[in-house]
Structures are given as structure tokens and as C-alpha cells.
Design a protein around this ligand. Sequence first.
Ligand SMILES: [Zn+2]
Ligand SMILES: [Zn+2]
Length: 373
Amino acid sequence: MVSWRKTTNSKLIVALFCLAFSGCTFIIQNPAFAPPKSKKPNLFRGVYHVHTQYSHDSKAPLELVMETAQKAGLDFVVVTDHNNMNGANVYQDMNAPKPPLLVFGNEISTWHDGHLGALGIKETPPNTGETAKIVEFIHNQGGYAVPAHPDSKRKPWTNWNIENFDGLEIYSLSDIFYVDTFRLILKAFFFTPKHFLKSVLKTPEPALKLWDSQLLSGRRIAAFGSIDSHLKFRPLGRHIENLLLHFQAVTMYVLADELDEKKMIDALGHGRSFIAFEMRGIAQDFSFTAETNGESAGMGESVSAESAVRLMVKSPQEGTIRLIHNGRTIRETEGTALTYESSEPGFYRVEIDRGGEIWIISNPIYVTPQESS
Ligand SMILES: [Zn+2]
Ligand SMILES: [Zn+2]
């Protein structure tokens, strides 16, 4: 009897210790890491693809989204509710202080092809069975079409005949939650938020291959890292899920001269941005630039191959830096910098690993062929 009690007590102590140690990752909002202390000019830090109470499958009030973004030290949050823009008007009336700036897009459930992110639109596209018409509507409004979670097990994007989309989610946090839910819940009990994120966020190999194959067609396609965040439970008006865990999982850094809705959208739509998994280190000091005779370019931009182009990568901390040209690694180095000269046209992009897993993914710089005279 005594030994049974002893075993039960010791199991209880171990369980309590684990709970206290982990902060029960899914529930208690312990930050996984501290946000950057200083700010860099012309660089904004945010998250993409968040569902609020205006989605049928989320209960997150706008106030909670803003409060969580503040805790995560974010400048902006891109809200993409399902098939409606209802949150946008409410947000405008709130006249809330910025940052964080909420930017409203949409996630459209197409009839046959999967989910489509729409940025830079003023109203929700008509619910038509023809996805091409939806993309046309988005473009007519000056917006950007971004297939969501393209290789998800649950709701993949299936229509690759549509060739004029502008971006692609190359990472979607929601994908991992639907693949291995039981193991994730177990991990959440015993891992701290930082170690939990480190252990579940891996290099998205299939999506990177898919993106490369689309870029090889010669089109410019911006990469997006998505958190696809939903707040599922809110009993008695109190949330019990750790929304902060989502907001710290996948960061999007945007290059723009000010924190303005249109500027954020245009920079994201053109790929003037990079993606970071910051539980492996704050990424704001990353840069990827190109220089040639008097011309320079950053991510999402282009330079011509009139003469040799000097591509320069700076990593905020030691890591494995890979320079990728037209889908193939052309230089890999350990350290904090990489420089490479080339006059080969095509797309150049960068990946940096830390601890053997992905940390930073840049958008491409496009080197255009020398004009024939
Ligand atoms: Zn979706
Ligand atoms: Zn979604």
C-alpha cells in the first residue's frame, strides 16, 4: 500500500515538474524566445495567414490577435479569414495604435482546387467555380494570389494549370498539426515552447522543390511562410490555447520604407521579404543583395547580367549558408557570410541552416539575360 502511494506520488511529482518545466506548451503563453531588442530601419517583422473570429473555424478576437502580436514584438499581422473581409471594417473603426498593423486579405475556398490566399483586395471575390476568374478578380483589384498550404495532406492545392499566381506558401505551420497530432500533444507536455518548435519545424523539402519547379518556368513567385493560425476553443470568453506559440513559429520579414498596409502587401506580393524560424535565432540582421556595374538589387528584385553579378549573403549568426541557382545549390559554406560572382541568368535564392535544420529562407534575386544589341 505504502509503495503504491509512493509510486503514485513520485509519478505526480514528475508530471508536475514536466508541466512546470514545459509551461504546457499548447496552453500557457510562455514566450519561446525574446523578440529583437532593437529595430532595423526599412525592415518589418510579422506573421502571415491568421484566422480571427470572422472565420467559421476560429474564435480569436482582433484584440487578442493584436495583444499576441505585441507580445511577440511583431510589426504586422496578415489576417486571411475564410471568404470574407468583415474584420477589416471593424479594425478600421477600432483606430488601434500601430504597431502591430493588421493587414486584411482573404483565404478563398475554391470549389475544386484548394485554398487560395488573396492579398491587396478590397472585397471578397465572387464565389465562382472557376478559379481562373477568382485570380483575375484579385489581379483586377491590384492584388496578389497565393495558393495556400499547396502540399498539405488535408487540403492541397491541385490546379497547376493556373499559371498566373503571384506567390506560394512554402511553409504552413497548420500542416504539421494535422499529420502527427498525438505525438505533438505528447511533446507539448514535455518540451519548452522553444524546444517544441525546434523539434517540430523542419526543412520543408517538398514545398521548396515545388517552388523551384515553378520558378524554373521563368515566372517570379514570392515565397510565403504561413502560420495558418486558428484559435479553436474559447470557453466562457477565455482562450486556453497558446496563440503566442503560433506567432513565434514562422516569421516573415518585409523590406519596405514604412509600416503601411499597401507597402506591406506590395513587398510581400513581389517577394521583397524573407522567412525565418526564429526559435533558432533572431534573423533581422540577415541580408541578401546583388551588385553589378552601378546597379544593385535585393530580394524580389532583378539585375541584368551585363557584367558579372556579385551576390552577397550576410547571416546574423554562424550557420550553413546555401546559395541556390535555378533550383541547384551552387555554393555552400559554414559561417556568417557568402559571396559569389556569376553572369548566369536565372533565379538565385538562399537557405541558411542552424543545428542541421532550416533557419532562414530568402526570396530570390532575379538575374536577367544580357540584352542582345
Ligand atoms: Zn486553408
Ligand atoms: Zn487558413
